[in-house]
Design a protein around this ligand. Structure first.
Ligand code: ADP
Length: 401
């Protein structure tokens, strides 16, 4: 008998609780939909009225949808309101956030910072601090911006929480770029003089051994000379980038025959690219006004890359095409190509396509950046058309004089 009574009481209590839960759920839904303007919370010794009149429906929807977290605290620093962005930031369901002390969501290491921040804000001083929320899956750097606001029930604190992930990433990228720049600046200056002297000594030795008919030594020294040329081109690239950044790169402009320059460049480069048959299709030639050496440098870079990023033995086609206003030079290879989403990026400083294959080729990701700057300076256009694993066509166009 006693047991069935307890059972009945328990059952009634459960039914009561279910009803209260249903009511609470309805109230929360009504608040979220903007159907309620105020609600009263029964406390032990008093009733506290929370009014939502000031936040009309439009603002509520706006705040609900914004990317920033928004939280309102009462005088006990309990969360009276928060939007779903904040719940996402702390990775806790919205319904488990409202009514809790704000401090519950602050990682231990930042609790004194946030306590100080809130204390300061209550004295009507806007205060800000950066902290990191550490959730289950990831940590999130955020900026807390705290202000007092006047609402019907008195003064409250409003906290806006801004996600700083993107900003931090950009700052880190910028810092890395600056460190690279600084390294480049020092390294290129320090390397230039010794490389130039070594090159001079190698040439003297080559001449001496030639006189002595020591062909073996001459051949070895020619190989050393070719490697030194590579090194010195790299150093020149690094110095060019630095000058470009400071607007100090000198251009010596003149009128020159375009096809003649292309021919000369191919002749020079064909010697270092013996593994690739190069074919040429020339349109009628024309005169271009610009820095002949620098345009030659662009052509060299495109042909060099075509050789570097395609298998030995695969052909390279170099073409010039002329229309009324422009001359176009294109270099087509049958190599690994470039994924569509990275095609524009290859003209950025230090950019190299990510992939197992690309990692096996040495390079700094500067050649195309320098080429693009040179072509831009000549009021031309540079671009690439490519399909991954099906080769690439790099081309540039320059205005005809
Ligand atoms: P580097 O060759 O020194 O890395 P570049 O600025 O000349 O620097 O080229 C940037 C990147 O573009 C290269 O790292 C490579 O990933 C890609 N790339 C350039 N040319 C080609 C090409 N012909 N085929 C495939 N990928 C290329």
């Amino acid at each position: 008998m006693e047991t069935s009574k307890t059972y009945k009481i328990l059952n009634d209590e459960i039914a009561d609780l279910k009803e209260q839960l249903g009511e609470a759920h309805d109230i929360i839904e009504a608040i979220r939909k903007g159907e309620v303007d105020a609600f009263i919370v029964k406390e032990e010794d008093k009733h506290e009225l929370y009014t939502l009149k000031s936040a009309d429906k439009t603002y509520r929807i706006f705040i609900e949808r914004m990317n920033e977290g928004a939280v309102t605290l009462n005088s006990d620093n309990m969360i009276m309101y928060c939007n779903s962005s904040f719940a996402n930031f702390v990775q806790i369901p919205l319904k488990n956030v409202i009514g809790k002390p704000f401090n519950d969501f602050i990682p231990e290491t930042y609790q004194s910072t946030v306590a100080e921040l809130i204390k300061k804000a209550w004295t009507k001083k806007e205060s800000k601090a950066e902290i990191v929320f550490s959730g289950k899956d990831k940590s999130l750097p955020v900026l807390l911006s705290v202000n007092t606001i006047e609402i019907d029930s008195g003064t409250a604190l409003s906290i806006i929480i801004t996600d700083l992930t993107l900003q931090k990433e950009t700052q880190e990228q910028k810092k890395a770029m600056e460190q690279k720049d600084e390294f480049i600046s020092i390294a290129s200056h320090e390397l230039k003089t010794p490389v130039t002297s070594i090159k001079g000594y190698v040439q003297i030795l080559k001449y001496t051994f030639k006189q002595e008919n020591n062909n073996n030594a001459v051949e070895l020294l020619s190989k050393a000379d070719a490697q030194l040329n590579k090194l010195s081109n790299l150093i020149n690239d690094l110095l060019d980038v630095k000058k470009m950044e400071n607007g100090q790169l000198q251009y010596h402009e003149e009128l020159f025959d375009f096809n003649e320059l292309v021919n000369e460049t191919i002749e020079e480069i064909a010697r270092v690219l013996p593994l690739h048959p190069i074919s040429i299709e020339f349109d009628k030639t024309c005169t271009v006004f610009g820095d002949r050496n620098k345009i030659g440098q662009v052509i060299t870079n495109l042909i060099d890359n075509a050789g570097k990023y395609s298998p030995a033995g695969s052909p390279i086609l170099i073409k010039t095409e002329k229309d009324k206003n422009n001359i176009r030079l294109s270099v087509k290879d049958h190599g690994m190509g470039i994924p569509v989403d990275q095609q524009n990026k290859v003209f950025e400083r230090f950019f190299r396509v990510n992939g197992e294959k690309e990692n096996t080729y040495a390079g700094l990701g500067l050649g195309l950046y320098i080429s693009a700057e040179i072509i831009k300076r000549h009021k031309g256009k540079i671009a690439v058309e490519s399909e991954e694993m099906h080769g690439a066509v790099f081309y540039f166009e320059l205005p005809i004089q």
